[in-house]
Each structure stands twice: as structure tokens, then as C-alpha cells.
Design a protein around this ligand. Structure first.
Ligand SMILES: [Zn+2]
Ligand SMILES: [Zn+2]
Length: 110
């Protein structure tokens, strides 16, 4: 049986350069904030019907960062971004997929 990943702690990392999520299973993910902002899949960033990105990378400031982080029910996080974008919802499994660490990036040979 597959359990969806659940964060136990969400906040800035030690030098505040990245967003850190500690997962209940012990995994720790650190996301460069802009990486997350560009991965937004909301209707304002990705065309709903086609999945085509609407968001142009150049329109997102290099220093974009979350001003506030909200839990959406028990399944997702929503960020208030410094560029004014607030509608993007990141379900936990999607966040976990985005984890840029070596362990998650490396081919698993599935
Ligand atoms: Zn968005
Ligand atoms: Zn990882």
C-alpha cells in the first residue's frame, strides 16, 4: 500500500537560501525557491486543457521567494510568492517529486 508523503516541518533552511521540507519518513528536501515557483501548475501558470506552460521564465524574478506558506487541508501547500502569485497549490506528492536531492534525482532503475 502506498502512502502519500507528508511533511512534518516546513520552513527556510539554515542560511535561508532555500525552502526546507522535512518529511515524516525522515527525508529532507531543500528547494531553491525559484525552482518551486517555476514548477507551479495552477491555471494561471499552465494551460488547463493542454498542459502548456503559460508562465514565462523571464517574468519570474531571480530572487522570488515565498512570503507565506499555507497548508491546504492535509494534502498540499500554497505559497504567497514575492512576485504576487498566490494561487499555486502544490500537493505533497508533487512536492516530493520535485525534490532536487541526489537520492531523488538519480535514476532508480525501475
Ligand atoms: Zn501558478
Ligand atoms: Zn530527495
Amino acid at each position: 500500500m502506498k502512502h502519500d508523503p507528508v511533511p512534518s516541518d516546513v520552513g527556510p533552511n539554515d542560511d535561508a537560501s532555500a525552502l526546507r521540507i522535512r518529511w515524516k519518513d525522515g527525508h529532507v528536501s531543500e528547494y531553491p525557491p525559484r525552482h518551486l515557483r517555476l514548477a507551479c501548475r495552477c491555471a494561471g501558470c499552465v494551460e488547463e486543457m493542454t498542459g502548456r506552460p503559460i508562465l514565462s521564465e523571464g517574468s519570474v524574478p531571480l530572487d522570488v521567494h515565498p512570503l507565506a506558506i499555507h497548508y491546504v487541508g492535509r494534502y498540499a501547500l500554497r505559497f504567497d510568492w514575492s512576485d504576487g502569485h498566490t494561487t499555486g497549490i502544490f500537493p505533497f506528492p508533487y512536492l516530493r517529486e520535485l525534490c532536487p536531492c541526489y537520492e531523488c534525482e538519480r535514476p532508480t532503475g525501475r
